[in-house]
Design a protein around this ligand. Structure first.
Ligand SMILES: NC(=O)c1ccc[n+]([C@@H]2O[C@H](COP(=O)([O-])OP(=O)(O)OC[C@H]3O[C@@H](n4cnc5c(N)ncnc54)[C@H](OP(=O)(O)O)[C@@H]3O)[C@@H](O)[C@H]2O)c1
Length: 299
């Protein structure tokens, strides 16, 4: 039995689909928010996966979810709005507890979803927690694999959702720093396929895979692309970032509901390094631009 944390999310649902194609039995941990009809529970039930309802920040819930599983795929947590405390809890503390309970429970295979760009030196708090979580997993006794995808899309693109409040600003769109940080949006199905194909692949053990899509965009190019498809004419203005803190203060004034880590996410590089590592499966050539009209329609 494979436990999928985040099985109701964008990546997790794609992972479940691939697990089902391979006929691997799966269990999902979900908070199952809202009433039965509007929650994700009916969909998961219809897929025939086992469901444990609860919060992954609760060790008792995690223990229950892991019980009887030989593998864990951790695709839980979100890039979306959270408080700094919640961010640490979700991206680091949960991973430490999960590793501890997995070891206790005899889990043999563990796949951790991190982020391309995660680094101990990052200005972006989430990227620092993701990096720390990678270190926790690397020290664990089970067969681990870490995936570091760039921002992924399907018919939604969470990274764009985070940026939308900035893109709607007038009379200019503020871009922190040079806008030359790079992203490599990747189709979520590709990420899920890599993860599932690595599950019982001995070559994938103790590997850290970087996953990027076929096109690299600077932040400026990405914003221009979105402006083009959304017919936004507002000009861009560069906001100097002597320090992320100063810039965050500026953004904070103009964007009341801004994402906690907006500046960090807009200035961090999320692209693959030059190092070539053979991936568990081939990647498709699906580009963000092909999907963008669909994504924008759903905004
Ligand atoms: N989105 C991206 O572009 C991107 C890029 C690189 C890496 N990542 C990483 O990939 C992972 C998945 O991202 P995603 O975009 O697929 O996320 P998502 O669509 O926002 O879904 C988040 C998932 O995490 C679960 N979750 C969150 N908090 C939870 C809690 N306290 N207890 C139990 N479950 C909880 C949610 O389950 P319920 O709501 O059902 O409880 C949901 O299934 C994250 O670790 C993210 O950092 C994302």
């Amino acid at each position: 039995m494979i436990l999928v944390l985040g099985g109701s999310g964008l990546l997790g649902s794609a992972i479940l689909k691939h697990l089902q194609q391979q006929r691997y039995p799966a269990r999902v941990l979900t908070r199952g928010m809202g009433d039965w009809q509007s929650s994700n529970l009916p969909n998961l039930k219809a897929m025939g996966v086992e469901i444990v309802v609860g919060d992954m920040t609760n060790p008792d819930v995690l223990g229950k979810a892991i019980n009887g599983c030989t593998g864990v795929i951790h695709a839980g947590g979100s890039m979306l709005q959270t408080s700094p405390e919640e961010m640490k809890k979700i991206h680091l503390d949960v991973v430490s507890e999960l590793a501890r309970l997995s070891e206790l429970g005899g889990v043999q295979r563990f796949i951790q979803v991190s982020c391309l760009g995660s680094s101990q030196y990052s200005d972006c708090a989430m990227m620092r927690y993701k990096w720390e979580a990678e270190q926790v997993i690397k020290e664990a006794p089970f067969y681990w694999t870490i995936f570091r995808p760039s921002y992924f899309f399907d018919d939604t693109f969470p990274f764009l959702n985070i940026l939308m409040p900035v893109l709607k600003l007038k009379p200019f769109i503020p871009v922190p720093g040079t806008g030359l940080s790079e992203i490599e949006p990747i189709c979520v199905d590709d990420v899920a396929n890599q993860i599932v194909q690595s599950l019982y692949n001995r070559n994938a053990v103790s590997k850290v895979y970087e996953l990027g899509g076929p096109v690299t965009y600077t932040m400026l190019e990405f914003i221009d692309l979105v402006k083009h498809y959304m017919k936004i004419k507002t000009p861009i203005m560069h906001v100097p970032t002597e320090s992320a803190g100063k810039s965050a203060k500026f953004f904070g004034k103009i964007l009341k509901n801004m994402h906690t880590d907006l500046i960090g996410l807009m200035t961090v590089d999320s692209r693959c390094s030059e190092e070539e590592l053979e991936l568990p499966a081939p990647l498709s050539e699906r580009t963000l631009e092909e999907a963008l009209p669909r994504i924008i329609k759903k905004l």
